[in-house]
Every structure is written in structure tokens, then in C-alpha cells.
Design a protein around this ligand. Sequence first.
Ligand code: WQD
Length: 330
Amino acid sequence: MKNVFITGGAGYIGSHCVVSLVKNGYNPVILDNFSNSRQTVLKKLKTITNKKIISYKVDLRDKSKLKSIFKKHKCYCVIHCAGFKAVSESIRETIPYFDNNIGSALSLLECMEENNVFKIIFSSSCTVYNENQSLPWKETIKIGNTKNPYATSKYIIERMLMDLAKYNKNWSIRIARYFNAIGNHSSGLIKEETNGVPNFLVPYIVKVAKKELPYLRVFGKNYRTKDGTCIRDFIHVMDLADGHIALLKKINQKKGLKIYNFGTGKGTSVLEVIRAFEKQTGVPISFRFSKKRKGDAAVSYCSAKKALKELKWETKYNLNQAMMDVKKII
Ligand code: WQD
């Protein structure tokens, strides 16, 4: 059974990837410092997968501990999900975002090279794309004019990976550009865990539904969109997790670097998400329009054709199904 190291494996995307890895016959090894996740997720993963998942509490910047894990387990491939990921938070905490995201990636890559592990799937983001390019965004459009430190950190790591692939032919690198992951596993046992006030739209709506927050602020109502609110490509987190499996299954076929969008290919507005949540859960959401949020793009959604053509991957869930799964956690 192939060991797949998953950094950030106790986090939102990472934990759902762990479920898909087990389902597909891989042996996940979680590396997580639990700075943005909870150790209780490990027990929930055991319940869902009926398997005790190997896990290590480790900060990826702790090279000696990281090296000991690579020595202990033969690693087939690394899925690198660990990282801070909130646009608005990154504007408030710029240096910690660079130190954590870029520092961790650098340390991980060094350790991989030292241990002759040259397969990596990197959790990147649609926020690396330059805005104001014709939609839907394809993998070949321009990147780099990033609008916030979170996106900049992802862009810098992508550039590091591109240089690695260019100058060292041993590497097989897959860059997964995530759009907006939403929803949760159908068991309702694992989800986006937020300490305090959530940055993200759907976790915030959940807190309002649970009466833990009074109302949702909708950031901006006069964007040049169908209803004036921002448009995003909301992809069910289980579809996203399965995208990693699709990458894993083919990573051995070709060395070098390849990039894939992981989204639905459909743009959905903030108001449409609120309405879908209310329709599927029967819980009304009180909201107030407020000023635009710094760093927000007006519209972002992808073309997912490349992943379909090359990986035979496509989304299986739609927004309503995602909201039905969210209903299990309110
Ligand atoms: C979505 C929309 C807000 C909260 C995220 C991640 C990033 C990347 C893309 C993977 C925006 C609006 C939000 C609220 C609101 N994914 N909103 N009120 O910023 O698109 O980026 O997905 O890499 O990791 O940051 O997600 O959920 O914060 O915002 O009106 O209380 O919802 O303005 O238009 P975002 P988000």
C-alpha cells in the first residue's frame, strides 16, 4: 500500500483528502501542527474510514522532526495542503502568512529532495490568477498580479515549483488550483473548523444559522454582476478531494510540472449561496449589505475542461447537494 504524506491532513481540505485516499486504497500519513485544525478530527477520520490514520504533530519548518518522519515511512507522494488560507486574514497578518506558507513549503521541498521523494501535489489557489481576464479562467491565463498576501504566498510557491521542475528533471509536480471549497463529508463529522469568527462565507452562514452570530455581512452589493454581489466557483470539498486522487493516479506517468483547475466551471453569487442554503436547510439567514472587502475579486470561476480531459475528473456534486451536506452540521 502506497504511503501518501498529507500535510495539513487534519484541516478542512486535508481531512477530506484523507477520506478519499483511504477509499482509494492509499495509506495516508498526516503531518499537521494543528495551528488551524483540531486533533479531534483524527478520531472522526477513524470513524469514517474505520482505520487508525497515522499522524504526526509537526510544524513543517521543524526540519529535524520532518526528516525523522521521512526516514520512518517510505513516502510515495506528498499532498501539500498545510497553509494559512484566508484572504482577509492575510492582509492583517502578512508576515506570518509568508513565514508559514512559504517557509513551510521550502522546508518540505528540501526534506523531500534529501529523501529522494520527488512527487508532490500542491494545494494552490484561483487567487493566483490576474483578475479582469476573460472568463472562465483557464490554466494558461496570466498569473502573478496577486491582490493579497495569501494569494502572493501561493504564487511564490508556484514559481518555486516551476523552477524546481525546470532545473531538476526528477520532479513530478502537480499544481492544483482550488476554487471555493464548500460543504463537508456526508457524515457531518468533518467540516471547516473555525476558531472564532469565520472568514469564509459558508462557515459564517452556518454560525448565523446556529444563532452563534446575529447576521451575515454581505461584502458589496454593487459589483457589475447579475445581482451586484461577488461571483465565485463553489466546489464541493469531496469533489476537490477526489481531484487529488485523480492526480495521484496519473502522477507516475509523466515527470515535470502540470497545472489543473479544480472548480465546477460555474459562477455563483453570494446571494445565490444564501438562497440555496435557506432552500436546502429551511433556515432563514439574516444578512446586511456592507462595504466591499479589501482583496476581493468581483468574479472568479474556472474552466475545468483540462482536468476532465487529462484526468477524467469532473465534479459530481452541485450547490444544492453541498448545502444538503451542510445541513448535517448545523
Ligand atoms: C467568498 C465570497 C466575499 C464572507 C477563498 C479562500 C481561498 C481560495 C478561494 C483556495 C466573497 C463573500 C464572505 C462573509 C461575504 N480557495 N463573503 N461575507 O475570499 O473567495 O477565497 O476561496 O485556495 O483559499 O480564501 O472566499 O468565502 O472568504 O468569500 O459576503 O462573511 O463571499 O466577499 O465574495 P474567498 P470567502
